[in-house]
Design a protein around this ligand. Structure first.
Ligand code: GLV
Ligand code: MN
Ligand code: MN
Length: 401
């Protein structure tokens, strides 16, 4: 059986969902680019003689061995992207998983446990606002009712989007039986913070910072941009702008992160004062107390400024992921096997969601600039191939003895 090499798989995926204008990817849950990525995954699975399976939550699986035998070793990542994302965040883990399996087969490895490769659906949450929807549903940390309530920017409900793409939304929900069959999950991912030095292609994850998304609704009063006196205005844009500045200052003071990267304005006219500004805050910190205090401080700053501007501020927490400490024995085993450093990260991952249910670990592949969630995201090919070799060593260690 001839299977495509890492480079060939990479080249196949590269044009899928890429915007000619920005060079970034627009692979969002249940859109046509997502469907192409999913078709690609199924083709890779079947082309290798693996048993292809789509689970109730829209995650794709490729099995070697009996999925019901128990103690399975699972690897994989996701194929969706943030708006105008890079090529590596997600796909590197999926492509490397297939390449690592090919490497193990060419080594003549004998598997003593079932092995699976997974593509988790909607990891980035670009369309419905909540990240890691596929793994959250599976782990039961997002209920079907919560998922049914999600809408995209055009008002399309998540179950309707799923149904339109040909999937059954009535079956979503916690999948304990599936998780009970997994002995370990290892996700390979491009590193996102310039934490690996040159000549150090691979790291092992230690912990994921707690993080969440909060929506600020700034309610003001629409009025004429030319005729409304400055002192008569209730301009929510002003409160929003000051909140962005406060978030930046307070995050810096706390050694944490606070980002307003998405904003929606109503009615969004050049010559009208806005009636409503919605700003989404993504905030993260090394520990939960710092994160809670930071978000509270930003909320207070918004409310105080709102008082002055005659603007009412409403805050909604849209998602939250507590701190993740990866399984200690598994982390130490991988770090020793690969002689690799252990790194914390401020980025969220499906591995972080599954970590509360099963032993989970992550490998990071060096990113020379640290740039991610951008078309400029990059990893050198030699480092990617070192990542494949490292993942093959890890899978051999976990699934072949
Ligand atoms: C996912 O990449 C996240 O950290 O938001
Ligand atoms: Mn990402
Ligand atoms: Mn990712």
């Amino acid at each position: 059986m001839t299977v495509p090499s890492f480079e060939e798989m990479w080249a196949e995926l590269l044009p899928v969902g890429r915007s000619a204008a920005s060079g970034g990817y627009r692979r969002f849950a249940w859109n046509s680019a997502d469907a192409e990525c999913r078709a690609w995954f199924e083709q890779q699975a079947r082309g290798r003689g693996l048993a292809y399976e789509l689970d109730r939550n829209g995650n794709q699986w490729a099995w070697l061995g009996d999925p019901t035998a128990g103690g399975a070793v699972v690897t994989g990542s996701h194929l969706d992207s943030v708006p105008d994302g890079g090529a590596f965040d997600g796909p590197l883990g999926v492509v490397s998983s297939f390449a690592a399996l090919d490497e193990l087969r060419s080594r003549g490895a004998e598997f003593t446990r079932p092995l699976a490769i997974v593509n988790f659906g909607d990891e980035e949450g670009a369309r419905f606002g909540v990240a890691c929807i596929g793994s959250r549903l599976t782990a039961g940390v997002l209920s079907p009712e919560q998922a049914y309530g999600l809408r995209d920017a055009d008002g399309v409900r998540l179950p309707d989007a799923m149904e339109k793409a040909g999937y059954d939304p009535t079956a979503i929900g916690a999948d304990e039986d599936r998780l009970a069959r997994i002995g370990a999950f290892v996700e390979l991912h491009v590193e996102q913070g310039r934490c690996l030095a040159e000549g150090q292609p691979v790291g092992v994850a230690g912990a994921i910072w707690p993080h969440g998304r909060w929506r600020f609704d700034f309610h003001g009063e629409a009025n004429h941009a030319g005729t409304t006196r400055i002192e008569d205005r209730r301009d929510p844009m002003l409160t929003y702008a000051n909140t962005v500045l406060a978030a930046r200052k307070k995050a810096k003071q706390a050694g944490a992160r606070a980002t307003f990267g998405k904003v929606a304005v109503e009615p969004n006219g050049t010559n009208a004062i806005a009636s409503l500004v919605r700003g989404w805050l993504d905030s993260r910190a090394a520990d939960e107390r710092t994160l809670t205090e930071l978000v509270e401080a930003i909320e207070r700053a918004a409310a105080e400024r709102g008082e002055r501007d005659g603007v009412r501020v409403e805050l909604t927490r849209e998602s939250y992921t507590p701190v993740v400490d990866f399984d200690g024995p598994l982390r130490d085993r991988l770090a020793k096997l690969l002689d690799a450093p252990v790194l914390p990260t401020g980025a969220g991952h499906d591995a972080g969601i599954l970590a509360s249910a099963i032993p989970t670990a992550m490998l990071f592949v060096r990113n020379p600039t640290g740039v991610s969630h951008s078309p400029a995201e990059h990893a050198e090919q030699a480092d990617c191939l070192a990542g494949v070799a490292a993942l093959a060593d890890v899978l051999e260690d976990l699934a072949c003895q």
